[in-house]
Design a protein around this ligand. Structure first.
Ligand code: FMN
Length: 667
């Protein structure tokens, strides 16, 4: 059978570097580096695994070219000193071993750097800060020349470390992007003014790199296709910039187009949305164009190439989720392909990059976590078909254990499936669907509509029981008089297990609470949303949160934040709210919400571990996972399920009961 993606798997030459296919791995800051921006085992294994998966080219994550350019307190990659070269050589060798070329992205945070991290005042093209961060020091003309030299020296180090080329990070509001953008660059010298002036720094960096590393050392330039903030680059301005940069001979132009000046597309963004922007550049330029942005499926990449919108297709999050995506697409067999759900949990919920449905992401270097056949297959009962239970069943089956999955309702997916009924959670549905599909594909026996009892466990005589029974409603700890409103959980509401009246108070600050507030408001109920002092959405990505707050406002949800319930008198709910008064002081104010029918308690849920206590001693091994162990998010539940299933039958490998105590020390 011929490959369904012929263009995607046709070779390409980027300068003198031969690519075996058109897939490029985008730079993604993993935070797997050490304190000085250097290489770790974790970093090497992560990139080697993506190379092994068959991607045509890897662009290594943004690496700061000098100390002033480090952008975050948490580890970011750096190439600011020669001492880093041997470490990076180890990384490039591990990638080259799979026949994959690798470029390094050279970055400088510019005004997005933070003096409390670097100990030095941030620099920028002009004395301007549009993000309300630190106002940078404007570089002198001589200072710009020094910066150009810092980029060139960094490229020289990258070449010595074995990188096949470099990419200049001219996007996402960092230093070079600020030079390119009229919103930030107000300079009066040769590095400011019109497009020729603003792009001069990039041209001179390319020329200096070519002088140091040789004319045939390829330099890609990453640019914003457009900037969506006031005074930023419009599409035609950015094309003009690219034309002017083209004069210096870049190997390719790599386009990005995030919503704000930061680098990330929003969760659940429309797939492949930026390809039309890339197309406009392709028509205007004579150098190869790379497009990016939620291109989750190879058929989308093939289409982009077919319509001539770009020469190369870059993917980021899809490779966190499934490093074998290129290999699977090349073989034409996508049967067990894990398609990225664009939830953005990869980068905003944990200190280092992680993937909700690929537990191995960032743990490739831990041999014990690889899925290996169990030496002695065990009979395993997984109780609970939520995300944690599904993942435990999937992995234990792949390892050759004899697994049966029990779910007391009729449907698999647990609270995550319920959450997906809110409009803003649609993308999560695909994550649940993937787990359910895999369990079916692996022919795991699934028993739905059955409550697991001690008798059932005694009859089945399993070697292992994995208890994934989720959480239960917590207690509303508020003084109350009389028969008050009915108190229900978000899950009860979304699963339509309870009737909800017309006047509802939702309490909590989590995604689950916000989801239920939105769903009820869309049903036309009067919703008051009481958000605690920790603020709405501590478990949410910033973009996601901004959009959600806008929608709640549009749906006329009345927000009380920061606030708490004070007391309930009959059906009146009294809310205690902090309101700002003069200066930075706050006063406590009470407000009464009259005639409340229902309170949805979106906080204080408790582990539902009753079964675990009852079956203690009935099976040689009993593990409690996910919310049944400690209420957390879906990623924790899935990863916990994965970790336990990977440890089955391996003496002393992991002690899941101690998971929460140990998790911080585990990779
Ligand atoms: C975890 C993470 C880290 C990122 N770090 C960088 C970076 O270092 N440099 C950069 O230019 N873009 C960075 N980006 C943006 C990506 O390169 C890419 O433009 C974006 O993720 C869209 O591609 P995707 O939809 O295929 O993920 C990052 C994205 C993610 C998800």
């Amino acid at each position: 059978m011929s490959n369904p993606f012929p263009r995607l798997f046709s070779p390409f030459k980027l300068g003198n570097v031969a690519l075996r296919n058109r897939y490029v791995m985008v730079p993604m800051t993993t935070r797997y580096t050490d304190d000085n921006g250097g290489v770790t085992d974790k970093l090497v294994a992560f990139y080697a695994r993506r190379a092994e998966g068959g991607v045509g080219l890897i662009v290594f994550e943004a690496s700061y070219v000098e100390r002033r350019g480090k952008h975050s307190a948490i580890n970011t990659a750096g190439i600011h000193e020669d001492a880093l070269i041997p470490g990076y050589r180890r990384l490039t060798e591990a990638v080259h071993a799979h026949g994959t070329p690798i470029f390094m992205q050279l970055g400088h945070a510019g005004s997005r750097a933070n003096s409390s991290v670097t100990g030095i005042k941030p620099i920028g093209p002009s004395h301007i800060d549009l993000r309300h961060e630190e106002v940078p020091q404007e570089l002198s003309t001589e200072g710009v020349r020094e910066l150009i030299e810092a980029f060139a020296q960094a490229a020289r180090r990258a070449e010595e470390a074995g990188f096949d080329g470099v990419e200049l990070h001219g996007a996402h509001g960092y230093c070079l992007a600020e030079f390119l953008s009229p919103a930030y660059n107000k300079r009066k010298d040769i590095y400011g003014g019109d497009s020729m002036g603003r792009t001069r720094i990039v041209r001179e960096i390319i020329e200096r790199i070519h002088a140091l590393a040789g004319k045939d050392f390829p330099v890609i330039v990453r640019l914003h296709a457009q900037e969506s903030y006031k005074g930023g680059l419009k599409l035609e301005d950015s094309i003009e910039n690219a034309r002017n940069i083209q004069r210096a001979g870049p190997a390719a132009i790599h386009l990005s187009a995030p919503r704000g000046p930061r680098g990330l597309p929003e969760a659940g963004m429309e797939r492949g949305r930026w390809a039309t922007l890339a197309e406009a550049f392709k028509k205007a330029l004579n150098v190869p164009v790379i497009t990016v942005g939620a291109i989750t499926h190879p058929s989308m990449a093939e289409n982009i190439l077919k319509h001539g919108q770009a020469d190369l297709v870059a993917i980021g999050r899809p490779l966190l989720c499934d490093p074998d995506l290129p290999r699977k697409a090349a073989s034409g067999s996508l049967e067990d392909f894990r398609e990225c759900i664009l939830c953005n949990m990869c980068h905003h919920t944990r200190p280092q990059v992680n993937c909700i449905i690929n537990f191995e992401c960032g743990r490739e270097y831990v041999a014990e976590y690889h899925i290996t056949r169990a030496i002695k297959p065990k009979k395993v009962m997984v109780v609970g078909g939520g995300p944690g239970g599904l993942e435990a069943a999937r992995v234990a089956t792949l390892r050759g254990h004899n697994v049966t999955l029990y779910e007391q309702s009729q449907e698999l997916g647990g609270s995550l499936r319920l959450a997906t009924s809110a409009p803003h959670m649609q993308h999560m549905k695909e994550g649940v669907d993937y787990l359910v599909r895999e369990v079916k594909r692996l022919k795991v026996p699934v028993v739905t509509g059955t409550r697991v009892t001690t008798r059932l466990v005694k009859n089945e005589k399993p070697d292992v029981v994995i208890v994934a029974t989720g959480s239960k409603l917590g207690r509303l700890r508020v003084p109350s008089q009389g028969a008050g409103p009915r108190v229900v959980s978000p899950e009860d509401v979304i699963a339509k297990r309870v009737q909800v009246g017309d006047c509802v108070v939702v309490v909590g600050s989590s995604t689950a609470a916000a989801t239920v507030a939105e769903v009820l408001a869309l049903q036309g109920k009067g919703v008051s949303f009481v958000v605690g002092a920790e603020g709405l959405g501590k478990d949410m990505h910033l973009y996601f949160k901004e959009a959600l707050i806008d929608r709640l406002r549009d749906e006329a949800v009345i927000m009380y934040e920061p606030a708490e319930l004070a007391r309930i008198v009959g059906r009146d709910v009294v809310v205690r709210k902090l309101v700002p008064v003069k200066g930075l002081k706050f006063a406590v104010q009470e407000q009464t919400i009259k005639d409340v029918d229902t309170i949805v308690l979106g906080e204080g849920a408790k582990p539902n571990a009753a079964l675990a206590a009852r079956i203690k001693g009935l099976a040689p091994e009993v593990y409690v996972i996910g919310d049944a162990a400690k209420v957390a998010d879906a990623m924790d539940a899935i990863h916990h399920g994965s970790r336990v299933a990977r440890s089955l039958g391996v003496e002393g490998r992991i002690f899941p009961q101690l998971w929460w105590e140990r998790i911080k020390n585990l990779p």
